[in-house]
Write a protein that binds this ligand. Structure first.
Ligand code: FES
Length: 195
């Protein structure tokens, strides 16, 4: 897969949230992280480092770009399409920048019955997010015009007994009804959890 074909097959559009994330560049810190991760696997299983490397990149750069896919493929000595397969298989990997505060709202049965769709509607109403063009495959993440907030639906987050639940960045929140949406936004008013 050539660089141009890869670029054509990886979304990575600019979003209002892009300003909060540094563009992907293979820094010395990233190279050192890759060396450390690769050292944890036997010589003939280096490709198993693909998940930790992608998680590390997404944590620092917000999403997985075509450049990041190429770099990971080169470090693991595999074809870029193999990395792309991983990125597109796992819904947890993003191909465009989220907002500074990203909500993942569970939409599976217990949470749907508990009000997760109403929670999503309320979050969008309060943050000015327009989800009319969102879809589960190509555009799962929608960002507010200011770039601070973003939302996406997620599948079961393994806490069905406390539905509806959501992840805000890496924080887990239970029993979040639509009435609690404003309070949740207030917790992250400065871009980070206040708790
Ligand atoms: S259905 Fe939402 S956590 Fe399981």
């Amino acid at each position: 897969m050539s660089a141009s074909i890869l670029a054509e097959n990886v979304a990575s559009p600019e979003t209002p949230g892009s300003k909060f994330y540094p563009p992907f560049v293979p820094t010395a810190a990233l190279e050192a992280e890759a060396d450390q991760r690769l050292a944890q696997f036997p010589e003939d299983q280096k490709r198993s480092a693909v998940l930790p490397l992608l998680h590390f990149i997404q944590h620092h750069h917000g999403f997985i770009s075509a450049e990041a896919i190429e770099w990971v493929a080169e470090r693991l000595a595999i074809q870029p399409v193999k990395v792309l397969e991983v990125v597109t298989f796992y819904p947890g990997f993003r191909q465009s920048a989220p907002g500074k505060v990203h909500f993942r709202v569970c939409r599976t049965l217990s949470c749907a019955m508990g009000g997760s769709h109403e929670l999503m509607e309320k979050l969008c109403e309060l943050t000015g997010i327009d989800r009319s063009h969102a879809d589960a495959h190509h555009h799962p993440v929608t960002v507010s015009p200011c770039g601070k907030w973003s939302v996406e639906f997620a599948e079961c987050l393994a806490s069905c007994g406390t539905a509806p639940v959501c992840l805000v960045n890496d924080d887990f929140h239970e029993a979040v009804t639509a009435e609690k949406a404003q309070g949740l936004l207030d917790q992250y008013a400065d871009g980070h959890s206040s708790h």
